[in-house]
Write a protein that binds this ligand. Structure first.
Ligand SMILES: Cc1cc2nc3c(=O)[nH]c(=O)nc-3n(C[C@H](O)[C@H](O)[C@H](O)COP(=O)(O)OP(=O)(O)OC[C@H]3O[C@@H](n4cnc5c(N)ncnc54)[C@H](O)[C@@H]3O)c2cc1C
Length: 473
């Protein structure tokens, strides 16, 4: 993406706020560091139908089950109740008592945030909107009989199902899934691996070498790996010596997002520390010796001995590798004309699966032409909830949906850049496409920050708190 005419950062915040605006509750991020107790233990059903918010009596009735309480699923559950009213019964199934935000999790690595500060609970969506929250895994879905079976043995019938399980990680680099948990963390799902990577970074020797890998697109959060490279470089040169190295092995031919900002960061701000190598192939990693071998863009073999290795594996929809999702047939994506079973293709007017009727897929698991990002997941959830409500009321889904993508990227411990884009329905090609000047426009691009600075860093927290509040509060 190249830099476009740059709106002011105030304009970006206004754009982001406008995109999130419907139903924003003036209650900021419910992180676990907050003083109020967010979660009641000892009960797998966290809900109450005594909502603290008066919901409308719309006359619409349906049982809707949502799988996954991440950025996409929780937003859909909340807005289905808010817009659909009291007789739209919504059950959210999520195995974890608290959700850990991936967004901002790179700031745990340099000690700017704690992992606990990124935890969000389900009390608000249960108490305020009357979403029934079941703390369990989905084990199987009977799409013919329209029911979901949970890890606690119970079954949930549905009229409509929303699938939002995020991603799982594919085998790669000669590593096992347990290598990621104990030796070479990917930390691409925030949680214990983020904490392990932080500890490994803190223990790296003076002038040590950190090697990270970036999988071929599509992957979760296009700017995220480059943001991580910048924050690790900033940490190492500040605390571990100016001769420290961050080697970035990118399986893509070039930087995948915020090209202007990250080029500036790699070639000026972190010059001499970040060693960016695009177009690499055949990456192999020894989890014990931390030897990383690969072929460079010219096809020549190279081996680097690292102190810390952070391989980000290729990804696919969670449950699609022979698991519960694969058994539904929802994972019907095709790559280069060949079915690859990685993602769930949807109609972007409603997010209904193109493979299974009355099942909708949102967030990173979906293949819909939009970037795999939390802000986008929030937008997809609202378009999907709106389409379901309209359909239940005998209408058609909105024929011209618009989605906004906004994202801030910290570049150092105190500065950040940003990226924003507007996507609109392209009726000719039946997909979401970049828009400009009020319509789908050939050559429209995402817009990047004009500068990397501390004001962006401050605005980043406002954006993050607003987004998380819109989803979880
Ligand atoms: C380091 C990093 C930085 C990022 N930064 C940004 C950013 O700045 N801006 C941005 O917009 N995005 C960012 N992202 C991307 C963003 O986090 C994801 O795109 C977003 O979380 C996707 O939402 P989701 O709901 O699809 O998946 P998730 O948020 O992963 O939620 C999926 C949920 O489904 C649950 N689940 C899985 N399987 C089952 C099952 N069988 N039964 C029940 N529940 C299940 C999981 O427990 C999980 O809670 C970042 C990601 C990373 C890794």
């Amino acid at each position: 993406m190249k830099t476009n005419a740059t709106p002011s950062r105030r304009k970006l915040l206004q754009l982001a706020a406008a995109a999130l605006s419907v139903g924003i509750i003036p209650m900021m991020g419910r992180a676990s560091d907050d003083s109020d107790n967010d979660y009641e233990t000892g009960d797998d059903d966290l809900s109450s139908n005594n909502t603290t918010l008066a919901l409308a009596n719309t006359g619409l009735k349906a049982n809707i089950v949502v799988i996954g309480g991440g950025m996409a699923g929780v937003t859909a559950a909340k807005y289905l109740r808010l817009w659909g009213g009291v007789d739209i019964n919504v059950t959210l199934v999520e195995p974890n008592a608290m959700y850990t935000s991936n967004i901002m999790s790179n700031l745990v690595l340099n000690g700017s945030r704690t992992i606990n500060s990124l935890a969000y609970g389900y009390t608000s969506v249960a108490a305020k909107y009357g979403v029934v929250v079941k703390q369990a895994w989905v084990q199987s879905v009977d799409t013919a009989g329209k029911s979901v079976t949970l890890s606690n043995g119970s079954t949930l019938p549905y009229d409509r199902l929303i699938v939002a399980p995020g991603i799982e990680f594919m085998n790669a680099f000669g590593l096992t899934q347990s290598d990621y948990e104990s030796k070479t963390p990917h930390a691409w799902r925030a949680g214990p691996q983020t904490e392990l990577l932080r500890q490994q970074l803190a223990a790296i020797p003076l002038d040590g070498t950190f090697v990270m890998t970036i999988p071929k697109a599509p992957y979760r959060c296009p700017p995220g790996p480059y943001e991580r490279a910048c924050l690790v470089a900033d940490f190492l040169k500040t605390h571990k010596g100016a001769a420290s190295k961050v080697v970035v092995l990118d399986e893509n031919a070039s930087i995948q997002a915020e090209v202007h900002s990250f080029t500036e960061a790699f070639t000026h701000i972190h010059n001499g520390v970040i060693d960016y190598r695009p177009g690499v192939t055949n990456i192999q990693i020894d989890p014990d010796t931390k030897a990383v071998s690969f072929k460079d863009a010219q096809g020549l073999p190279v081996t680097i001995l690292a102190n810390v290795v952070n391989p980000i594996p290729p990804q696919r929809a969670a449950g699609s590798d022979g698991g519960w999702l694969a058994q539904t047939g929802l994972n019907n994506s095709v790559s280069n004309g060949v079915p690859d079973g990685r993602w769930c293709v949807v109609d972007v007017l409603s997010y209904e699966s193109t493979a299974v009727k009355d099942v909708h897929v949102i967030g990173d698991a979906a293949s819909c032409g939009l970037p795999k990002a939390g802000h986008v997941a929030n937008q997809e959830a609202k378009i999907c909830a709106d389409a379901i409500i309209r359909t239940l009321g005998g209408q058609q889904p909105d024929s011209a949906p618009v989605a906004n993508s906004a994202c801030y990227s910290p570049i150092t411990a105190t500065t950040a850049s940003w990226l924003t884009a507007v996507y609109q329905y392209d009726a000719v090609n039946k997909k979401m496409a970049l828009a400009a000047n009020g319509g789908v426009t050939t050559g429209a691009t995402a817009t990047e920050a004009g500068a990397i600075d501390t004001e962006n860093f401050r605005d980043m927290n406002t954006w993050f708190n607003t987004l998380m509040s819109d989803s979880y509060a």
